[in-house]
Write a protein that binds this ligand. Sequence first.
Ligand code: NAD
Length: 472
Amino acid sequence: MFEYAPAPESRSIVSIASTYGLFIDGDFSDGKGTFKTINPASEEVLAEVAMAAPEDVDRAVAAARRAFGPWSALPGAERAKYLFRIARIIQERSRELAVLESLDNGKPIKESRDVDLPLVAAHFFYYAGWADKLRYAGFGTDPKPLGVAGQVIPWNFPLLMLAWKIAPALAAGNTVVLKPAETTPLSALFFADVCRQADLPPGVVNIITGAGDTGRYLVEHPDVDKVAFTGSTEVGRQIARSVAGTGKRLTLELGGKAANIVFDDAPIDQAVEGIVNGIFFNQGHVCCAGSRLLVQESIADELLDSLKRRMATLRVGDPLDKNTDIGAINSAAQLAKITELSEIGSSEGAERWSPPCELPDRGFWFAPTIFTGVTQAHRIAREEIFGPVLSVLTFRTPDEAIEKANNTPYGLSAGIWTEKGSRILAVADRLRAGVVWANTFNKFDPTSPFGGYKESGYGREGGRHGLEAYLA
Ligand code: NAD
């Protein structure tokens, strides 16, 4: 294979301040102390960010409460203008935002540039279109906003998860206090600037930074009417317990362990591309990642040979290089978790394989990895690894594939590869997963609802369904 010359995107397009405050009531202010956010590809400190203490969360919720009256009283068409404006500013500043997202998160620039940012803008455009049509959304003739939404998001798609949360909330007339993840706060703080540029009234969007305690204080705040959380099942469970009995509305988007099922009549080359996209996109830091490959036994050898050949072409390295396929793991803690579960995979008897690949000396890296000979009993078949690690299982009949696919506490997504339309429909019907892709994987669209069954959470984000979570 020939080598590519380095093709780094310039990082000078985005200016990163050395410190950031909390964005409350349209202004930045200090918190109680700070924490550092680093570039996971180099471990370089990017900025110091304010840590929101309980009194800061109080201030943010109070600002959102004050803004709620006038914001919710605006005609939908007026709210839509702000959302359209935000969407256009995001498009205009998308190169800055893509570079910032790759620096803070470690994801390849070609993903932040070509997937995250276009989807972020599309979300705001889509929900802007709903703002003046809420009574036709199917949730009553005069649906009302809920009030103040407390929103907590993870680090894997920082700006996209922000868009999933903020766009429908504002379209429906709510105001928000959002907490980004502690390892990826910068694009949310940049978004605060976008809100100011769009002349969004102060207090409609408040961004508070901090760790788990800040998030806990926000979701437990008595003046929050609606909680929206994306993150781990463990924290989701705690939140469900704390919100129970309070009258707050709750949506949870949690973990996943999706089955990507390849039948013997599938086009192998396309399926291989789908498997690679399913598990190596975004370093596998994807809740709906196709982390369990279920392949029909009769084609398993052929498919695995093709998959290994394809994996040997994946480029791991500098996230800002336009040819990079797999960037950095988001944090040392996540790398430790991936490493530990992979070691458990080997010690439990699965066979581990990675292509030869040189990893940078500094930063957090993990080579694309597959495990074959995996059985249902293995921990790597049951637990979410949230990294570039694929567990391969085989099956003989469609019934066996469905049984294995559903044999998980999660139920977020699944994939089916076959040339038969009737089989797609029959199998999809029996899979307990919120999203089922057929002959593709990891495709997202703002018009399409997304969400889970079982321990993957409840409620839907995206589409008309996504409005329901923000309307009474
Ligand atoms: P996490 O649940 O620890 O953190 C997610 C967010 O919740 C962060 O902003 C964090 O600060 C905050 N938080 C932590 N404790 C909290 C508490 N007690 N109350 C309120 N907020 C709290 O998840 P993570 O470590 O960022 O990500 C790891 C796991 O999250 C993955 O293994 C995966 O299971 C899951 N995840 C799921 C999705 C999804 O879309 N379904 C996305 C990303 C991550």
